[in-house]
Design a protein around this ligand. Structure first.
Ligand SMILES: Nc1ncnc2c1ncn2[C@@H]1O[C@H](COP(=O)(O)OP(=O)(O)O)[C@@H](O)[C@H]1O
Ligand SMILES: [Mg+2]
Length: 353
């Protein structure tokens, strides 16, 4: 029997506020799934319903064949790492980590042994007797992780666990957490509002907006083929243009002001529909005209950032940004010069939402 996690048509109302609106997704056993979206979009509420700290207004949460929608949190094979860690400040490290086992009435001797193992796992061996407030933020984060893992959950739920750490430590912990997840082979449902973190760590990403799922996919799918304006804009930098979808014979294009961008025909879109297009800055080449879509324009701004440069190009009143790796700054075009920009047709993403 598998223990895939199924969230099925789950809705949560708090009075008049619909925090989560008919959300469904499955996480395959052993996978790393991230719920990604801006503050207030319903990430924490979704996680709390999986953990059992909130009851859905409608819908079900299942683990394999087992319906856990109304089960008490401690009866579920889930464990949660809270955004603020929620460690007990007046208990020692050992008491914090061993808490879940004490609740389950595991004898003291076995508990001590398992606490020791967990502290080794999170690379803080021998810290059992330390006080929580003697620890750094990064160490507290590891203790919170050890406390959640000691009950051997099938699913670990993590609510912005790295949010309080500084950038460098956060980057290190992203890699460590991902390695730990692969080593333990347990399912992770990870919540973050940080798109880069989501792209770095996840097998799959569910993008949430205002309580609803905008798109689900692998990091590559989400980044390379955003389907809505929200996803294109929220994940990575992009050029967004408004236009009209036009069919012409066997082909199709999006007309954006004076510029017509050829795209692959999409049967579900009717001729004349208002759409947006997204073109990622790093897909746009400058000064090459072979193949793909070519547009003439004028360089209006060059922003040098060391390893990369952002070249702003005016094309018939619209502004497109091309991001270039800087090998030699002498190769950058000058503001005011005429240029041709060029990209592959499949990198024009037609957005319908
Ligand atoms: N206990 C609660 N009572 C009332 N409203 C809540 C409660 N918890 C969350 N909300 C509301 O539900 C929405 C989603 O919140 P939340 O799930 O915390 O979002 P996120 O974690 O993505 O920031 C927000 O509008 C928030 O104000
Ligand atoms: Mg939250």
């Amino acid at each position: 029997m598998t223990s895939d996690l199924h969230v099925e048509n789950v809705t949560k109302d708090f009075g008049d506020v619909r925090a989560v609106d008919d959300v469904s997704f499955t996480v395959e056993e052993g996978k790393f799934l991230t719920l990604l979206g801006p503050s207030g979009c319903g990430k924490t509420t979704t996680l709390r319903m999986i953990a059992g700290f909130e009851t859905p207004t409608e819908g079900q949460v299942r683990l394999g064949d087992r319906d856990v929608t109304d089960e008490e949190p401690y009866r579920r094979p889930t464990s949660m790492v809270f955004q603020s860690y929620a460690l007990f400040p007046h208990k020692t490290v050992g008491e914090n980590v061993g808490f879940g086992l004490k609740m389950r009435e595991v004898p003291a001797e076995e508990r001590a042994e398992r606490v020791g193992e967990m502290l080794e796992l999170v690379e803080l061996p021998g810290t059992e007797d330390r006080a929580i407030d003697e620890l750094s933020g990064g160490q507290q984060q590891r203790i919170a992780l050890a406390r959640a893992l000691i009950t051997e959950p099938e699913v670990l739920l993590l609510d912005e666990p790295l949010g309080a750490l500084d950038l460098k430590l956060r980057k290190n912990m992203q890699v460590e957490l991902k390695n730990l997840q692969e080593e333990l082979g347990i399912t992770f449902v990870y919540v973050t509002h940080d798109q880069e973190e989501a792209l770095t760590m996840s097998d799959e990403i569910v993008v949430l907006n205002d309580g609803e799922i905008e798109q689900r996919g692998t990091p590559t799918e989400i980044y390379e083929n955003p389907r809505t304006r929200f996803v294109a804009d929220f994940i990575g930098d992009t050029n967004l243009l408004d236009g009209t979808y036009v069919r012409n014979g066997d082909g199709a294009a999006v007309r954006c002001g004076a510029v017509e961008l050829p795209v692959s025909p999409i049967d579900s879109i009717a001729d004349g529909t208002d759409v947006s297009v997204s073109i990622r800055p790093e897909k746009i080449r400058i000064g090459e005209t072979a193949g793909g879509v070519s547009v003439d324009g004028e360089v209006v701004d060059v922003i040098y950032q060391g390893n990369i440069a952002k070249v702003h190009v005016d094309v018939g009143g619209a502004r497109l940004v091309s991001e270039r790796q800087v090998v030699d700054s002498i190769d950058l075009p000058a503001a005011g010069s005429a240029c041709t920009i060029n990209w592959d047709r499949e990198h024009t993403d037609v957005l319908t939402g």
